[in-house]
Design a protein around this ligand. Structure first.
Ligand code: PLP
Length: 449
């Protein structure tokens, strides 16, 4: 294995905003209350001004505040590595580089945005953040970030994961967060769901409703989202900007970039600095990898949809499977969101990025292979990218093609051993594409004029 490091002073000092370079402008998010484009004032109910500005801006570069940099530099720059042992095992002429984000305190890329989000809220006088977490990674990242700024944190955790992943819960509590299984009795959205179905396992869309409701109803509390939104994609671009510098050090430039895609933020993070080059004429591909059981980009519809079950969030134009679509209980909990980042969706619609879906058994098969060769157990989410990369590397072998591949290993899987255990016991299967459920859910998209 080859490792390429950067010095502390080579961490990018600015985030890259791809909205400055889009060949076609994006359409605005719509307020569910007025049916008109959501305004700055409306968003202030749950977000601080600095983040709303980043959300709406077409300014190309944003300075990373010093206080944020101080914390990011605890684990950044993250290493770029070449998976030479995996290459050899596959017998591929392709070169496989990966950017490893599992070195962060929460074990995934999500800490990159949790820290600036907590910081901008603190600066605005906010004392508490409320959020949701599906598999627990985002809740962990935000708990850590809030602890750095001595802020309170309340996490609504999808009930099924709350019981399945007890150590994620302990992680959040260690950093001082309050963790509540969702649906809960604390919010209207939670109570409504429990009245309908007392045994509900919860879903990400519902946990978002609970967290947003809590933030909107309290002046000292704001809401934080771990993916999807423009400012989240912005904060994650440190990944791709660092990777570019690291590849330059070994005179490389990728032919293709892969990342797993749930809400789209780690894909945005590694890919957008390269997509900027593509917009400027460079020959490069960026491919988002999603589970075949929750195939938002590859099988969804590009339409306005709600971000949550209770329809509290702005209506965004994105690839969606319908806001009340509940994907099968696949193990990569972090890739189960019904929608996708509006920017990633826009780029996909305009052919500037590609997408692929991979079945679950390949994900665990190649995740295990990667762990054995490279000594890092990938999070099941990250293993989606690994599976797509192995498929491509094997294709390169067939074709005798010497490609340079870059992918984002978005996190480690140390909290996900139950899923690997199920795989090893032969209990996992490939789910069929849930066509009927998606079709049904897509019938309830909002009408936007
Ligand atoms: C959350 C998560 C993802 C998927 O989220 P995106 O918003 O698509 O980045 C991927 N990998 C890991 C390790 C995660 O925690």
């Amino acid at each position: 294995m080859e490792r390429i490091y950067l010095d502390k002073n080579e961490i990018p000092k600015q985030w890259y905003n791809i909205m400055a370079d889009l060949p076609e402008p994006m359409v605005p998010p719509i307020s569910p209350a007025t049916g008109q484009p959501a305004t700055f004032e409306e968003m202030q109910a749950i977000f601080p001004p600095a983040l709303i500005e980043q959300e709406m801006s077409t300014q190309r570069w944003f300075d990373i505040p010093e206080e944020v940099m101080d914390i990011l530099s605890i684990w950044r720059p993250s290493p770029l590595m070449r998976a030479t042992r995996l290459e050899k095992l596959l017998g591929t002429p392709a070169k496989i580089y990966f950017k490893y984000e599992g070195v962060s305190p929460a074990g995934s890329h999500k800490t990159n945005t949790a820290v600036p989000q907590a910081y901008y809220n603190l600066k605005h006088g906010i004392k508490k953040l409320s959020t949701e977490t599906g598999a627990g990674q985002w809740g962990s990242a935000l708990s850590y970030a809030c602890a750095q700024f001595e802020m309170e944190c309340r996490v609504f955790m999808v009930k099924v994961s709350y019981h399945q992943k007890p150590y994620r819960k302990s992680f959040m509590k260690m950093f001082g967060a309050e963790v509540i299984p969702s649906p809960s009795e604390l919010t209207n959205a939670g109570r409504a769901m429990l009245a309908k179905n007392p045994d509900s396992n919860g879903s990400l869309g519902l946990a978002i409703s609970e967290a947003v409701e809590e933030a909107a109803s309290r002046a000292d509390t704001n809401y934080a989202l771990g993916s999807v939104l423009n400012h989240v994609c912005l904060h994650q671009t440190v990944i791709g900007l660092e990777a570019k510098k690291q590849l330059e050090k070994v005179n490389e430039y990728p032919d293709v970039v892969y990342a797993s895609c749930g809400g789209g933020s780690n894909f945005a993070g590694i890919a957008f600095p390269f997509v900027q080059d593509k917009i400027n004429g460079k020959d490069i591909e960026a491919i988002a990898v999603e589970p075949s059981s929750c195939p938002t980009l590859t099988k969804g519809q590009f339409a306005y949809d709600y971000g949550d079950v209770a329809k509290l969030t702005p209506i965004m134009k994105m690839y969606t499977l319908g806001h009340d679509f509940e994907p099968p209980a696949i193990h990569s909990g972090g890739l189960r969101y019904h929608g996708d980042s509006p920017i990633v969706s826009h780029l996909y619609k305009h052919g500037l990025v590609g997408a692929q879906s991979v079945p679950q058994l390949d994900v665990f098969k190649y995740g295990t292979m990667f762990a054995k060769e490279e000594g890092i157990i990938p999070a099941p989410e990250s293993a989606h990218a690994v599976a797509a990369v192995v498929h491509e590397a094997l294709r390169c072998k067939e074709a005798g093609e010497e490609k340079t591949i870059l992918f984002c290993l978005s996190g480690h899987g140390h909290f996900d051993m139950t899923s690997y255990e199920s795989y090893m016991e032969g209990k996992l299967e490939d789910y069929e594409y849930p066509e009927a459920a998606i079709k049904d859910s897509l019938e309830r998209l909002p009408e936007v004029k």
